[in-house]
Design a protein around this ligand. Structure first.
Ligand code: GAL
Length: 838
């Protein structure tokens, strides 16, 4: 009997479902669906993190997980595929299926994504006659081969919904139709789009394909929208549904920039507006951003953290209240699903900047009431009732009567997490078995390899290194005979260098004399570096670096890097200059330490000690993993720039000494249109000082940390930091909607006497609320971490909260005068709480 059951389950599981679409929605197994999706890029976390990320996505109310497929990760060498470890796409897709969620597989294979070279393998660039992303035979052959490879891998594993798997959608190309892209490729662009569409369709996945930002996407491909807002988007044919493939939950961080964030009230507003105006599928880009390990970040200058201010933070923890408020939003939208898929919305104006979107049939009705004014709250009459609508907010009424959610009123709790430092030394003294010693190897300045080569003039970097390394040495010697004009006045002169970027170090006779750095907007630079030359032969070694290859823009693949020239000695007393650009230069790709594999910590070259502030130094130490189950980062304060490896795995480029501009950060309001520079934090501080060390890369002791430091720093200052919870907070007003649990699918079963509630929960299952740091019922001020009492407050809020919460993992308490008494009759009151867990 048991065996029979299993067999029939397997048969059932393997049965494919039909995924089609119509004007209103994606149709899965004959049913139109309203779907909420979120991006998680599998290589930006580790396989042991995947189940947790997927589970938290499911709890957050997602139906679909979206990921790009990263071509250069899987085929860094032509025809040699790699799907191991973090690259195990099939495993990732299966884990999503195990959680009961769908997958949107955006194959690209151009993906942008702040990923090195937009996801293209470098070898593409060297195929004779190739032109990327246009109607070019060599390119199309490669694109087709890789796309077909991925599709057939998925088919072999039965992963398409048509085969009983989770994949309900696929994407081909990426934002090719953007105004700054397609038009630049001329007439061949149109035929390329047509070709890509038919190539994809021909692969016969049994599920629909989309092209994002492609207004002319050929049938049957669905054109979809990307942006901070996509309400009002209409696909290019009546029979296609309105879909939003990238709703940017924040923005990416660049080295040298401040940290962007996007308030959840604005994201919720954008999502609600989208569903109000006819949308049925939207995807958060990113739901979990994660980390650009190794040299995977694009750019140039994309930072190692790809946190993105996403609902799940870089380390995988729910970012609250973002995660929780969106979860409530998703429930509200699902309560409207029946009405949403039944018909198109009718839009009516309820006053200036106030608008109702109503989905109504004979059996069902759902409404969205929006106040799109950026400043003023409004009161609107709808169906005979009066509704207060805060500025820039949408209320959702799944029965066209009761407001279950307003985008600007947050019921979810807030958490403050912080990184607590533990220095290596302290950590190591706990465990006596390991020494705290550092050892080092000095990287030779200039040419050290037998593979170095000579060439007349200056070379372009990407064409030279093929991105085998960030580093390219340009070396030249000049002879000072003593009769040159510039030596009359001591030996000071200036070296003028022009480079396409991204970073340059100048060594004269082995000494670091200066550096030049581009930035995300201007990777190139032109710099005058004062230099001191001696009589006789002088060695000029210029180390040119890439910091992630460009990932966006028409012909991005052809944007050069490196020293283009002129390189000249200037400031001669007679006004003349010596141009070195067309001299014979010696080149070396990469570093000696890279060739020796020092990153793993092996080799007999390590010398004990840790010289401070030496440029071009490899450092190594052995360490114990920090205790506890917390996410771990390394705080690189005290170091300059370089790359770091833990047990041979690269945790990415580190660069704590690139400081964000002091200005540009100010308190930002969620009201009004968002843009990537609207809300920034961390001005005047390192763009990134904490770097994620995945727990699965560590053992309890004997871990090897290797750094390559370019500029000079003090490795003994490096510390661990573990992410811990500082506070749980909530502030809920009497005027907030009821908690989502008070509403059920069956609208008649709504609990009648419910009140808005404050609910707290310690994120760790084995923790309980240990103290109430603040509680006030009345008119509390401030925000989580700095609440204060307002003019009106009940006297016993603190003791009531302590009684209800301390010792429990969760607690929930009604925001009501029945519980707290009424400290100020006639005033709308709130309950604010800050608690800690232990
Ligand atoms: C979009 C692109 C994504 C990502 C995003 C910015 O244009 O499709 O891949 O780069 O911008 O994070």
């Amino acid at each position: 009997m048991k065996r029979l059951l299993i067999v029939s389950f397997l048969v059932a599981a393997a049965v494919g479902v039909n995924v089609t679409y119509d004007h209103r929605a994606l149709v899965i197994d004959g049913k139109r669906r309203v779907l909420v999706s979120g991006s998680i890029h599998y290589p930006r976390s580790t396989p042991d993190m995947w189940p947790g990320l997927i589970q938290k996505s499911k709890e957050g109310g997602l139906d679909v997980i979206e990921t790009y497929v990263f071509w250069n990760l899987h085929e860094s060498v032509r025809n040699q595929y790699d799907f191991e470890g973090r690259k195990d796409l099939v495993k990732f897709v299966k884990l999503v299926a195990d959680a009961g969620l769908y997958v949107h597989l955006r194959i690209g294979p151009y993906v942008c994504a702040e990923w090195n070279y937009g996801g293209f393998p470098l070898w593409l660039h060297f195929i004779p006659g190739i032109e990327l992303r246009t109607d070019n035979e060599p390119f199309k052959a490669e694109m087709k081969r890789f796309t077909a490879k991925i599709v057939s891998m998925m088919k072999e594993e039965n992963l398409y919904a048509s085969q009983g798997g989770p994949i309900i959608l696929s994407q081909i190309e990426n934002e090719y139709g953007n105004s700054d892209i397609e038009s630049r490729y001329g007439p061949a662009a149109k035929s390329y789009v047509k070709w890509a569409a038919s190539m994809a369709t021909y692969l016969n996945t049994g599920v629909p394909w989309v092209m994002c930002q492609q207004r002319d996407a050929p049938d049957p491909i669905i054109d979809t929208c990307n942006g901070f807002y996509c309400d009002g988007y209409k696909p290019n044919a009546e029979n296609k549904p309105t879909m939003w493939t990238e709703n940017w939950t924040g923005w990416f961080l660049s080295f040298g920039g401040a940290v962007p964030y996007r308030p959840v009230e604005d994201i919720a507003y954008a999502v609600a507006r989208f569903y109000q105006r006819g949308g049925t599928f939207q995807n958060y880009y990113m739901y979990h951003g994660g980390t650009n390990f190794g040299r995977t970040s694009g750019g140039p200058f994309i930072a190692t953290s790809y946190d993105y201010d996403a609902p799940l933070d870089e380390y995988g923890a729910p970012r609250q209240p973002k995660w929780g408020h969106l979860k409530d939003l998703h429930k509200a939208i699902k309560l409207c699903e029946e009405a949403l898929v039944a018909t198109d919305p009718t839009t009516t104006s309820l006053g200036q900047n106030v608008e109702a979107g109503v989905y109504k049939t004979s059996s069902t009705c759902a409404a969205f009431l929006a106040n799109i004014d950026t400043q003023n709250d409004a009161t609107a009459e709808f169906n005979g009732n009066s509704y207060h609508l805060p500025a820039w907010s949408v209320s959702i009424l799944p029965d066209c009567k009761n407001v279950v959610f307003n985008t600007a009123k947050i019921n979810s709790m807030t958490t403050i997490r912080r990184f607590v430092a533990t220095s290596f030394r302290d950590e190591l003294s706990y465990s006596k078995a390991i020494s705290s010693d550092w050892s080092y190897v000095s990287e030779p300045v200039g040419i050290s390899s037998n593979d170095a080569f000579n060439k007349q003039g200056l070379v372009e970097q990407i064409n030279t290194t093929a991105d085998q390394s960030d580093y390219l040495w340009y070396s030249v010697s000049i002879e000072i005979k003593g009769d040159e004009p510039f030596l009359h006045d001591g030996s000071q002169t200036t070296l003028h260098v022009k480079s396409l970027g991204h970073v340059l170090y100048l060594f004269i006779n082995g000494q670091l004399e200066g550096r030049a750095i581009g930035n995300a907007n201007h990777p190139d630079f032109s710099k005058d570096i004062p230099v001191t030359l001696k009589h006789g032969k002088n060695k000029l070694d210029l180390l040119s670096l890439t910091v992630g290859l460009q990932n966006y823009g028409a012909f991005f693949d052809k944007t050069g890097v490196g020293i283009t020239g002129p390189v000249e000695l200037e400031g001669l007393t007679d006004g003349s200059a010596v141009d070195l650009s067309s001299q014979q230069w010696t080149y070396q790709i990469g570093l000696k330490g890279e060739a020796l594999g020092l990153n793993t910590g092996g080799s007999s070259l390590w010398v004990s000690g840790s010289p401070e502030s030496q440029p071009l130094t490899w450092y190594k130490t052995i360490f114990d993993a920090p205790s506890g189950d917390y996410p771990i980062a390394i705080d690189f304060t005290g170091m300059g720039k370089g790359e770091a490896w833990v047990n041979g795995q690269s945790i990415g480029r580190y660069w704590p000494d690139y400081i964000a501009p002091v200005s540009g950060c100010s308190d930002c309001s969620y009201k009004g249109s968002y843009s990537p520079t609207k809300c920034l934090k961390n001005c005047g501080k390192p763009s990134q000082k904490l770097y994620h060390v995945p727990q699965s890369w560590l053992k309890s002791s004997g871990n090897v940390l290797v750094l390559f430091e370019e500029i000079g720093g003090d490795p003994t200052k490096i510390s661990f930091a573990t992410q811990e919870l500082e506070s749980l907070c909530s502030r809920v007003s009497e005027s907030n909607p009821l908690p989502m649990e008070a509403w059920s699918q069956d609208k008649s079963t709504r609990k009648s006497k419910s009140k808005p509630r404050v609910s707290l929960e310690c994120p760790h299952p084995n923790q309980v609320i240990s103290s109430i740091k603040f509680a006030s019922f009345g008119t509390p001020q401030g925000k989580c971490g700095s609440f204060s009492h307002g003019e009106c407050q009940s006297t016993d809020a603190l003791s009531i909260l302590e009684k209800a919460c301390i010792g429990s993992r969760t607690c929930s308490i009604g925001v009501s005068t029945t519980t707290f008494g009424d400290p100020c009759i006639g005033v709308v009151k709130s309950l604010a709480v800050e608690a800690s867990c232990a």
